[in-house]
Design a protein around this ligand. Structure first.
Ligand code: ADP
Length: 508
């Protein structure tokens, strides 16, 4: 069994905070234990793993390292809580989600500081993420009261037919490090609104945001067992994932992360035929046609490429620029990168580009740049590690890029903007659609017929037309091809957590 701790004892856990930054983190929200069945608990073997500040390499805190045993107990807690939560009137579920949202907003600066510490993104961006993340709790608190069924007209005189919507059950939620807060609320808001209970396994790099959300869920009065968090190290993730995705009491898996891990989880889901939502990798094209307003395209390019230092699945991964506008676009984008982007520690004023999440991520960018340059790409700006620190890479623009280069074929997930020159719309569409993934796509054009054509033909789940940032709580987020299954946010997001039940009344 776990060692359960009273809430007031949380900070007495083995919670080694060895950097001055950690001591500057808000003690009121800094948690290092798992949150299971409404209690703060540590794993039975007392194992812990370090959470590291990617900007300095300093250890922030040691967090409880849960294993399969803890996960099985958590599934039991969530399954027990489901029997109660599914019967709670939707207005009450709505009120509790709203309270959780209010607490997020009240604590937004502290939550943002936790994100910057564990993820590295600049505090302004981190604050933006908290507002976005809280927005999902607000949105789904509203949607909770709008779960409608149907009355269906049937051809038999003596029958009536109803369609009911019911919660799926216990949902396993596995999230990545690039949006430590928003990737949780986007799933959990919908799940709780529908009447499901959840087990969150946050990314090993960023468990502190998930645990801070647990503290606020606790304060909001979300009942025990409804929101659970089981942090674990990378080493334990496969075993933990297997329990959380195969246990017969789990009905649903929602995952955001790499396509490779998504495929493992889909295999887990197969044996007991669980419902799945998958938000996997992207390879977003950003097409600039000759008719585009070049200044708007350049501004959109900067926003779409370099947010979170290029570490989002909807970040542009390849620029396709028509030959008439190519040279001016490249020149202006290089100048804007040099003027507006500033590398540094996310806690520093004016910094727009924090560190990448770890050394592996920097090596990937380095590898893509080296490969491209060795095949003839030209470095317009950047092109090397930043002197600022170990996990930092300069925002980089490459021209003369071809479809053979690695950066045109794989997701870089870093601050690299490769530009491919094209001649015709058909050529651009063929390049854009050649990927086996399709999450976001962007294009700039002022030709209305072309806008309709290209928006319809791009093989992606989300299209930005003359717009480089498209995520919004109200709109459906998700991809086609190997970018995933299902949609999150919007009025559609809640369907992922609802079953449709047909009830036939006969003999009337
Ligand atoms: P990245 O390589 O960027 O960390 P991943 O897809 O590997 O992307 O990670 C996303 C999430 O999936 C993280 O929470 C991670 O711990 C988790 N994860 C990775 N491998 C597994 C696995 N085999 N089973 C369950 N979860 C996993």
């Amino acid at each position: 069994m776990f060692s359960h701790l009273p809430v007031s004892g949380i900070l007495k856990l083995p919670c080694r905070m060895s950097s001055s930054l950690a001591s500057a983190l808000p003690a009121s929200l800094l948690r290092s234990a798992a949150y299971i069945g409404g209690s703060w608990v540590r794993s039975s073997d007392s194992a812990t793993f370090p959470v590291v500040d990617p900007a300095t390499g300093a250890e922030l805190v040691q967090v409880t390292d849960c294993g399969p045993k803890e996960c099985r107990e958590t599934v039991k807690a969530a399954a027990g809580a489901f029997q109660v939560w599914k019967e709670v009137p939707s207005k009450e579920r709505s009120n509790l989600l709203r309270k959780w949202y209010d607490l997020m907003i009240q604590n937004k600066e502290d939550l943002a500081r936790i994100i910057t510490a564990e993820n590295g993104k600049p505090t302004k961006e981190a604050l933006g993420e908290i507002i976005y993340a809280a927005g999902f709790l607000e949105w789904f608190s509203e949607e909770a009261r709008r779960i409608y069924g149907d009355v269906v007209s049937v051809p038999m005189k003596d029958r009536r037919a109803l369609v009911l919507k019911q919660p799926v059950g216990v949902a396993t939620v596995i999230t990545p490090w690039n949006f430590p807060s928003a990737m949780i609320t986007r799933k959990v808001g919908a799940a709780l609104a529908a009447g499901c209970t959840v087990i969150v396994k946050p990314a090993e790099d960023t468990p502190l945001s998930a645990l801070a959300l647990a503290e606020l869920a606790h304060q909001a009065g979300i009942p025990a067992g409804v929101y659970n968090v089981v942090p674990c190290s990378r080493e334990k993730a496969p075993a933990v994932g297997e329990v959380l995705c195969t246990d017969p009491s789990v009905a649903k898996i929602s995952f955001t992360g790499s396509t490779a891990t998504g495929k493992i989880l889909l295999r887990h889901a197969a044996d007991s035929v669980k419902r799945v939502s998958m938000e996997l990798g992207g390879h977003a094209p950003f097409i600039v046609f000759d008719s585009a307003n070049v200044d708007k395209a350049v501004a959109g390019a900067l926003a779409s490429k370099f947010r979170n230092s290029g570490q989002t699945c909807v970040c542009t991964n390849r620029f396709l620029v028509q030959k008439g506008i190519h040279d001016v676009f490249v020149k202006k984008l290089a100048a804007l990168i040099e003027k507006d982007l500033h590398v540094g520690n996310g806690f520093e004023e004016g910094v727009t580009q924090g560190p990448l999440i770890n050394e592996r991520a920097v090596e990937k960018v380095e590898h893509h740049v080296r490969d491209a340059v060795s095949q003839g790409a030209r470095v317009e700006t950047g092109g090397k590690r930043s002197t600022y620190g170990k996990n930092f890479y300069e925002p980089t623009l490459l021209s003369n890029v071809t479809t053979k280069m690695l950066c045109s074929r794989e997701e870089t997930f870093g601050p690299l903007a490769p530009v491919i020159k094209f001649d015709t719309e058909e050529e651009a569409m063929a390049i854009a659609n050649s990927a086996n993934v399709g999450l976001a796509g962007y294009f700039y054009s002022q030709d209305p017929a072309q806008i309709w054509r290209v928006a319809e033909r791009l093989e992606v789940g989300m299209v930005g037309v003359n717009e480089g940032l498209l995520s919004s709580v109200e709109c459906p987020f998700g991809g086609v091809k190997q970018s995933g299954l299902g949609r999150e946010g919007s009025k559609y997001g809640i369907d992922e957590y609802l079953e449709v039940k047909y009830v036939c009344f006969g003999g009337l």
